[in-house]
Design a protein around this ligand. Structure first.
Ligand code: ATP
Length: 408
């Protein structure tokens, strides 16, 4: 069954029959493919009008979750409520959702107008209603002059607009988007991203959006859902997740270039502070959040984002370690440096070499092989207790003396 022929577009319900509350609730969703456990106890409550973006590494279950909401996949257990109605066992076309696919999934033999009105035609809605819905959607998406064309006569961006238009005409309770912009070039992606945000604001609709693109997630989402191995790691507003990642996974997943991580040892714990150190890292004292149970000798992970590390002036005495620039990437507005910090190896580093990634908002004359000194404020650092793999506890490390600069 092709996406276009899926029942998702077949039988939209009369909007007057619907409950006016538009929201989505997922209760303990489990999905197994044979022995493979693809979704593990997903709980999520989406308010009316929210723009939820689901992100996670390849294979984490994003598309599977979207398809279970759409009804294109059955679930092994759990409940799906749309607008307060239990739709777990309902056919896709009865759920009050519309899905937009990466592949557009348009009917090639139909005109743009026919594609956009397809769902309403299948529901045997009156012609005037269909024409009005198509005209309205075309106006919103600025494709009124394309209505008589066939999909093959359109650019990728225009085709995706038609696919979105087809969803709009159905006035669904919930829009589902499965990486809708992935086939577009970078410039068009940016344009469509802005347009989709505008569309969301204009329609005030509930939207669930799957993407690999961090910029899309950070810019479009009311809330981001970070998935990993079929389970939710954290849910929150983009900036909240960025500033307060709940664990090592989220900290490493959100942010490009990604956060630098260093293995550190807890040397001393005194009340709510701990002294930590690592080969090549000047000893630091961090304030611990309530309830952190660290003890001397524990291993932990220190995280610091590339934009929070700065190149110290050469004449400063603050930096304890001199690294050596290995690679410089001039991106115009900013510069990325990969710095070999000797004994201080970055675990899971951006470059995969153990180098420290530094992001500075200016052009630097530093070239490869130039010695550099790096520094950061301890209050910009994060301390993750545990062994570094799916660590359960994150603590924002706060230096007892906020004016002092941490050095590496
Ligand atoms: N029909 C299927 N039968 C067996 N396993 C499946 C099936 N569909 C998906 N899976 C498995 O479930 C896991 C989740 O797949 P899913 O497509 O949801 O991942 P994803 O997060 O969307 O990945 P990507 O970002 O690469 O699209 C994967 O390991 C995948 O191999």
């Amino acid at each position: 069954m092709t996406a276009a022929s899926s029942p998702i577009f077949a039988t939209p319900r009369n909007r007057n029959e619907r409950n006016t509350m538009k929201s989505l609730e997922l209760h303990r969703i489990e999905k197994s493919y044979g022995a493979y456990h693809a979704l593990r106890g997903i709980d999520l409550s989406v308010e009316e009008g929210e723009f939820i973006v689901m992100v996670g590494p390849s294979g984490c279950g994003k598309s599977t979750l979207l398809k279970t909401i759409a009804g294109l996949e059955t679930i092994s257990s759990g409940q799906i409520l749309i607008s307060g109605r239990n739709v777990t066992k309902e056919e896709p076309g009865d759920r009050g959702i519309a899905m937009v696919f990466q592949s557009y999934a348009l009917y090639p033999h139909m005109t743009v107008a026919e594609n956009m009105g397809f769902g309403l035609r299948m529901a045997k809605r009156p012609k005037e209603e269909i024409d009005a819905a198509v005209a309205r959607a075309a106006k919103i998406l600025r494709i009124t002059d394309q209505l008589d064309k066939r999909p093959k006569q359109l650019s990728g961006g225009q085709r995706q607009r038609v696919a979105i238009g087809r969803a709009i005409t159905r006035s669904p309770d919930v829009f589902l988007f499965d990486e809708p912009l992935s086939n577009l070039d970078a410039a068009l992606r940016t344009q469509m991203r802005v347009e989709l945000s505008g569309l969301h604001a204009e329609l005030g609709a509930t939207m669930i959006y799957v993407t690999h693109d961090q910029v899309e997630a950070m810019t479009m989402a009311s809330r981001i859902v970070v998935l990993n191995r079929g389970a939710i790691e954290q849910v929150g507003s983009p900036l909240d997740l960025y500033r307060n990642p709940a664990n090592l996974f989220v900290a490493g997943f959100l942010g490009a270039p990604r956060m630098n991580f260093f293995d550190v040892t807890v040397d001393r714990v005194s009340g709510a502070t701990a002294a930590i150190s690592a080969p090549g890292l000047a000893p630091m004292t961090v304030s611990l959040a309530d309830g952190v149970a660290l003890k001397p000798g524990d291993r932990a992970t220190l995280g610091i984002r590339p934009e929070n590390i700065r190149l110290s002036p050469d004449d400063t005495t603050r930096a304890a370690i001199s690294g050596k620039v290995r690679l410089v990437e001039h991106l115009g507005r900013e510069t990325i440096l990969y710095v070999d910090a000797g004994a201080l190896q970055c675990v899971s580093s951006e470059s995969g070499t153990g180098n420290v990634t530094v992001q500075i908002g200016q052009v630097t004359p530093k070239a490869a092989d130039t010695p550099v000194s790096l520094s950061f404020h301890p209050h910009d650092a994060y301390l993750f207790a545990g062994d570094g793999q799916r660590t359960v506890t994150v603590r924002k490390a706060i230096h007892s003396n906020q004016t002092k600069v941490g050095t590496i």
